[in-house]
Design a protein. Structure first.
Length: 318
């Protein structure tokens, strides 16, 4: 986190062009590249007074992925500091609140869908941990196998993120979580036969119970990993920080209610995995209408506001 910087696209929308220039210069230094135009070899602005009048905004940032090098080249396309046509910069430099996540239809669907995804994903993630006490066999071995499934999922998620669309991965993992939960319910009560009694319940049902528990943990971990990338690409730049704060609320709520689910379902005599199935199915239905974000250009402004400003610009020009 030492080299972390603010999001240049957000600062550009706020007309803080001086900070944008500093961030681009810092990124260029880290990658051993030339800084933005208007700076000297040390990254300092050549003429600060003149730069404040004619500072240009970053409208396009591309990454040059050189196969023979790990460095990235920041390519900057510039426009004048007047309100650009395609960037959606607000003339009044407005400040957004959490209400704006639900005021506009385009962002409202994103906010509800992202909340459901993060809530259900973390509900299932922590729910499997609380379910360790219900699994037969040693809790230590059960924990080891669950951790093995989780870390395997993290390793596999890296190539998945590079090759497979985000939406497809999330939908598939949710469907597989439903199937795994059904399987765990079917094998959650090993039959008290002579084989299980002789070998300390080390029979087929117990083995399958562990397999399905690991299967659920694997899919939830993959889903969680992809979700954090998906949410960063989903929300427009202007409300991205609000959107990420909103989904973090869903994360905490899901982890808290996972323990309550264990207590409530046990009191009702229902398998805890039943809740997993219901929540995942509802999320799949809603998420099916969410947009794909892989290899898509990120929006800087809320769609409705951008259309409004473009219409105003057209009227003024006319």
């Amino acid at each position: 986190m030492v080299n972390s910087v603010h999001f240049a696209r957000f600062l550009m929308l706020k007309n803080n062009f001086g900070a944008v220039r500093e961030i681009l210069q810092k990124i260029a230094e880290i990658n051993g590249r030339v800084g933005p135009e208007g700076t000297d070899e040390n990254g300092d602005i050549k003429n600060e007074q003149e730069s404040n009048k004619s500072i240009t905004t970053t409208t396009t940032t591309a990454v040059d992925n050189d196969k023979d090098s790990t460095n990235h080249t920041v390519i900057v396309a510039n426009k004048t500091a007047n309100m650009p046509e395609n960037t959606g910069v607000a003339a009044d430099n407005r400040i957004y609140t959490y209400l704006d996540l639900f005021r506009y239809p385009s962002v409202r669907r994103m906010s509800i869908g992202a909340f459901l995804l993060f809530f259900v994903s973390n509900f299932c993630y922590y729910g499997t941990l609380f379910a360790l006490n219900n699994l037969h066999g040693s809790i230590y071995w059960n924990g080891f196998f669950m951790a093995l499934a989780e870390y395997t999922a993290y390793l596999i998620s890296i190539p998945i993120l590079k090759r497979v669309p985000r939406k497809k991965v999330i939908l598939v993992t949710l469907v597989l979580t439903v199937l795994g939960s059904i399987g765990l319910i079917l094998f959650s009560n090993p039959q008290a036969n002579w084989y299980c009694e002789l070998y300390g319940q080390d029979c087929l049902d117990v083995s399958m119970e562990k397999v399905f528990a690991m299967f659920i943990k694997f899919n939830v971990a993959v889903c969680n990993t992809v979700l954090y990338v998906y949410s960063n690409e989903l929300f427009p730049t202007a409300v991205k920080s609000l959107g990420l704060g909103w989904v973090n609320t869903a994360t905490m709520l899901g982890s808290l209610l996972a323990s309550a689910n264990e207590a409530i379902t046990n009191r009702l005599g229902v398998n805890p995995m039943t809740t997993f199935i219901i929540l995942c199915i509802l999320t799949i239905i809603y998420f099916n209408g969410m947009p794909e974000t892989k290899d898509k250009a990120m929006e800087d402004e809320i769609e409705e506001l951008k259309e409004k400003w473009n219409a105003q610009t057209t009227v003024n020009v006319a």
